[in-house]
Design a binder for this molecule. Structure first.
Ligand SMILES: O=C(O)CCC(=O)C(=O)O
Ligand SMILES: [Fe+2]
Length: 391
């Protein structure tokens, strides 16, 4: 088992705004990055691909309805799907990945200038080995893992993730809200003069794509098409790319992001240059996500689970170095690129002041018991552990 020794200096416990993690701090800690139960590459799952062009061309066509149903079914079965959006070109993803590779390959001291630990890293950079997967402290999550077959169990999710992150807020906040949240200025890294434009460009493409998909999913479930879109209007959406240093953490079975489910409504990413995202389907089977070139990957979060009363469940996932990650490392090395694995992630949220409860179509007595009504802002705070911190 490989061990990495490191020393951190911060002393607070803070909560991350994506909800995947909390910041816990130690000094002179031995951090195990390759767990003992390391396994080879899991079976590959080519996710269903939904074509947004068909829907955009004529949302009322039979073909569009078929794509809507496919999207809803994919979320039901896999908690994930691939989408092809004609408004997003592969070159947009490539430009964003290049930007983030260049950003994360800067020196640690340069990136630390962009960190705002005093506000829980909610804008700007978050250093490696800071975010801790929440599942390690979540009994429901641990129970789900206990029930899994040995080959489906996640790798270690009790250690801080080696990935860095950068948070950039998207969308317009509501004029009136019970959850004023954060008014921190966006962070602009010194060496990147067009940063805001570049972030907003990719972020807007992701927002547009996931908004259209949300209409399609609503239609696929037989709901009015604007059901989810209205609820997400003025939501606290976050562009939240991750960066993992594969020079340092490039050994097979290294966990880059430990097992978790996202707390938001839907998560969308461009295709990563490095395979390694394992996703779990409804049946608790672990599979390596395979996304066709030029497609985007979408995953279900806890808010869609709540609204659909569990018809869709939030997808567990982890990011691990697998054999095909190594091949990608070799390819990128030959191309002279920095060896950083980027996820071009955007977290799409339901607005904080909207009530999260099973929609009428999914409102059975059992579902309401399992998913009691809660304001979305409170659900997020609860997931983040803010209530614990403030009490
Ligand atoms: O790095 C990735 O591909 C995904 C990271 C992730 O799961 C997250 O940011 O919530
Ligand atoms: Fe995630």
């Amino acid at each position: 088992m490989q061990k990495v020794t490191r020393t951190t200096t911060t002393t607070t416990t803070t909560t991350m705004s994506d909800g995947a993690s909390t910041t816990s701090v130690t000094t002179s800690t031995q951090v195990s990055v390759v767990p003992a139960n390391a396994t080879a590459e899991p079976r590959k799952l080519a996710l269903p691909v939904v074509d947004l062009a068909v829907y955009l061309a004529d949302p009322h066509s039979e073909a569009a309805l078929a794509q809507c149903k496919l999207a809803a079914l994919a979320l039901e079965e896999h908690s994930a799907l691939s989408i092809k959006d004609p408004r997003v070109d592969e070159s947009d993803n490539a430009a964003f990945l290049d930007l983030m590779e260049d950003y994360f390959s800067q020196s640690t001291s340069d990136k630390l200038k962009d960190a705002r630990p005093e506000i829980g890293y909610q804008v700007g950079s978050t250093p490696e080995l800071t975010e801790l997967p929440r599942c390690g402290r979540d009994d429901e999550c641990k129970e789900a893992v206990e029930k899994m077959n040995a080959e489906d169990k996640p790798l270690d999710f009790n250690s801080e993730d080696p990935k860095w992150r950068f948070f950039h807020r998207m969308g317009t906040p509501p004029a009136v809200t019970q959850f004023p949240g954060l008014n921190a200025e966006p962070v602009v890294p010194e060496a990147f003069p067009n940063w805001i434009e570049s972030m907003d460009k990719w972020g807007s493409l992701m927002l547009t794509a996931v908004t259209t998909l949300s209409e399609m999913v609503a239609i696929g479930f037989g709901l009015p098409k604007d059901t989810f879109v209205q609820l997400s209007n003025h939501g606290p959406h976050l562009l939240a790319p991750t960066g993992s240093d594969l020079e340092k953490y490039g050994k097979v079975s290294t966990v880059l992001a430990g097992f978790h489910a996202d707390l938001n409504f839907l998560t969308i990413h461009g295709k990563s240059r490095y395979p390694g995202l394992n996703i779990w389907n409804r049946a608790g089977q672990k599979m390596l996500a395979s996304v066709p070139d030029g497609c985007l990957l979408v995953q279900a979060g806890r808010q869609i689970e709540h609204l659909t009363g569990g018809r869709v469940i939030a997808g567990f996932h982890e990011v691990v170095v697998v054999d095909s990650t190594i091949k990608a490392i070799e390819r990128q090395r030959a191309a002279g690129r920095p060896l950083w694995r980027i996820s071009s992630t955007l977290f799409f949220h339901i607005a904080s002041d909207n009530l999260l409860k099973p929609l009428p179509a999914f409102e059975t007595e059992e579902n309401v018991k399992q998913y009691p009504p809660i304001l979305t802002g409170h659900q997020v705070q609860k997931e983040l552990g803010f209530l614990n911190l403030s009490s």
